[in-house]
Write a protein that binds this ligand. Sequence first.
Ligand SMILES: [Zn+2]
Ligand SMILES: [Zn+2]
Length: 267
Amino acid sequence: MIKTDFHLHTTLSNDAPGTMDDMVRQAIALGLDTIAITDHADFNPLDPTAGYYVADKAWQQTLDARRRFGDQITIRHGVELGEPHLFPDDVRPIMNYPLDIVIGSVHFMHRYGVHSNLFDVYSPAEGIEMFFDFTLDMAAHANIDVLAHLDYFDRYTTQRNYPPYRPDDFKKQIQTILQTIIDRKIALEVNLSGFRSQADRSFPHPQVLQWYRQMGGRLLSISSDAHQPDQMGKNFDRAEKMLLDLDFTEYHTFENRIPQPRPLSIL
Ligand SMILES: [Zn+2]
Ligand SMILES: [Zn+2]
C-alpha cells in the first residue's frame, strides 16, 4: 500500500484552492506517512502562474507545517518547475533552498500552453510531436529529479473530443526521452491526475511504463498532483496493481534529492 504522495499543490500555486493546512490534514486523515509539497514555479510570461511562486514563502510554509504536524507526518520540501531548462536565471535562486524533490514539467512551449491554446492551433499529431521534442530537451538539460506527467496532453485532446493518442505512433520520440532519463537517473512520474480526466489513465500511458521497464528504467515517483484535498488518495491501489503487473517491484520517495526505494505490494 502506498502511503506517500510526492506531487501536491497548495495556495502558493495560483491554480490550487487547497491550503497547506487542508492538504496536510487530509494526508494525515488518509494515513499517509510522507508527502512532498511541490508548488508551481513557472516562468513563461504567457503562463498565468508565472511569477506567482515565492521561494522563501514556500520554504517558510514547509517549516511552519513541519512544526505543527511533524509528529504526525513527514513533510518534504519540493517544487514543480515549468520548463526549467529555458529559465536558468529564475531557477537558480529557488535551488538554493533545501529541496527534497525537484519536478520538471512542460506546461508551456514558447507561445503555446499545453493546457490552453496548443491544440487550438495545432492538430493532435503536430502538438504531441512538439510536446515530446520539448520534453526531450528538458530531460536532457534540466537539473531535475522527476519527469512529470509525460503525455498529459491527452487531458486536453480528449476534452476536444479527439481520440486518445497511441504511444506506438510516437514510439521513437518517447523511447528517446525514456533513455535520456534512465541515463541521467531522473525518475519517471506516475501521475494519477489522469484518472481525474477523460483520459482515465495514469500519465504516462501504461504502454510507456512498460517500455520504461523493458529499457531498464526503475526509478518511479507516484503522485496525485492534487490541487485540493478531495483529489488526494485516489487510484493509488489501481496504480500499484498496474505497476506490479508490469513487473515493477518498487517506487521511490525523495529526501535531499536522493531517491529512496519503497516496495510495491498489494497488501
Ligand atoms: Zn504540472
Ligand atoms: Zn502539479
